[in-house]
Write a protein that binds this ligand. Structure first.
Ligand SMILES: Cc1ncc(COP(=O)(O)O)c(C=O)c1O
Length: 382
């Protein structure tokens, strides 16, 4: 390919710049660095955009999920249903609280939990279902709820800030949602997360738990007239507070979310048109009424038709300056889960195949039109 020289198209690159840099000035100047007014503003903006009453910033999506399970008092003896194809944190948080993750296979087109397989996994011990909106596409929440009536749904919306399901925002679809601001997500605070919920009692408990279980926040304590007062600690909590430095960056980044998603959606449509002729590559699709957040553009390589194996394709593209990554992993094939639960690769065949055959190609807000065309040419030339 003629334009190969020094080309390097990353799988993802955060779209941060001078505005984010400037936003750091105020907390650094005032000296209020831990959770404070910037985090509070980020939370208000986030809650409003996702149509929820409460948004609580955390250190990551992993800690947001942990907080939700802890606030629900899920623990030993309880079961939580999770999809078999997702980032490991979705299942790990269930182990953190001493409960058992119960895996359900996924739908290979949406990559999300297959609602048709949920009902068979519900038992008297099932306390929740973690529905993952993988890569930014919402899981079929209505079908999941119908398969498990009365079981609370927790949304793992790590990849799905700004996404929607049947015109309803992600994060507002179940009992609670958890989001990520890791740099591979559409908007970032370096690391960071958010809990969303309309349940005020759950929010109150999660709020205390993220701050060591304290009955009042640092801000309330500092503003009050009685300096001798310490908070009450009646719960075993954690320190999962987001810093105000991150909050300040989050406010600026979050204001750009919809523009970022719109741009990603335009390039996703470009990919889908330009790559449709590759019979060996299955492309992601978006059901009517869903808004895909396009955290990643994840394709599936058909091993029967592809010119070479998925890994050989990824190596070839890498050598041409195009970064790719597997979509994510099958939980039951990871050592921790294999050994603890005795899983075999074939136990969840769709998750197994997604693990082996998915491939994310570059899609982010720092790519140029030329970059997108280059990726298409590289794929079509295989
Ligand atoms: C589906 C899913 N859940 C949870 C997480 C964990 O997010 P964080 O890195 O913010 O803890 C990720 C991160 O990639 C994810 O993709």
């Amino acid at each position: 390919m003629s334009t190969l020289q020094n080309r390097r198209i990353q799988i993802s690159l955060p779209a941060t710049g001078d505005e984010e840099w400037q936003a750091l000035r105020e907390p650094l100047a005032t000296g209020w660095l831990t959770q404070g007014p910037k985090v509070a503003q980020f939370e208000r903006d986030f809650a409003q955009r996702h149509s929820v009453r409460h948004a609580l910033a955390t250190t990551s999506c992993t800690t947001a999920l942990h907080l939700i399970l802890a606030a629900m008092e899920i623990g030993p003896g309880d079961e939580v249903i999770v999809p078999a194809f997702t980032w490991v944190a979705t299942a790990n948080v269930v182990l953190y609280v001493g409960a058992t993750p119960v895996l359900v296979d996924v739908d290979p087109q949406s990559f999300n939990i297959d609602p048709a397989q949920v009902a068979a996994k519900v038992t008297a011990r099932t306390r929740a279902i973690i529905a993952v909106h993988l890569f930014g596409l919402a899981a079929d929440i209505d079908a999941i709820a119908a398969a498990a009536p009365g079981v609370p749904i927790i949304e793992d919306a790590a990849c799905a800030a700004g996404s929607a399901y049947k015109d309803r925002p992600t994060g507002s679809l179940g009992l609670a949602g958890a989001f990520s601001f890791h740099p591979r997500k559409s908007v970032t605070t370096g690391e960071g997360g958010m809990v969303t919920t309309n349940d005020s009692a759950l929010a109150k408990r999660a709020d205390a738990l993220r701050n060591h279980g304290a009955s009042i926040s640092e801000e309330q304590r500092h503003a009050g007239p009685r300096p001798y007062l310490l908070a009450e600690f009646n719960l075993l909590g954690f320190n999962y507070r987001m810093t105000d430095l991150q909050g300040a960056v989050g406010v600026v980044q979050f204001a750009k979310l919809d523009a970022f998603i719109d741009e990603r959606a335009r390039w996703a449509a470009f990919y889908r048109d330009a790559l449709a002729k590759l019979s060996w590559l299955r492309l992601p699709s978006v059901p009517e009424g869903w808004r895909h957040g396009w955290q990643s553009f994840v394709c599936t390589v058909d091993p029967e038709r592809a010119p070479m194996t998925r890994n050989a394709i990824m190596e070839r593209l890498q050598s041409q300056g195009v970064s790719t990554r597997p979509g994510t992993h099958a939980i039951h094939m990871l050592g921790l889960y294999r050994e603890r639960f005795g899983f075999g690769a074939d136990d969840f065949p769709n998750a197994r195949d997604c693990d082996r055959n998915t491939m994310a190609i570059p899609l982010h807000n720092r790519m140029t039109a030329d970059d997108y065309s280059y990726v298409v040419r590289a794929l079509c030339a295989l």
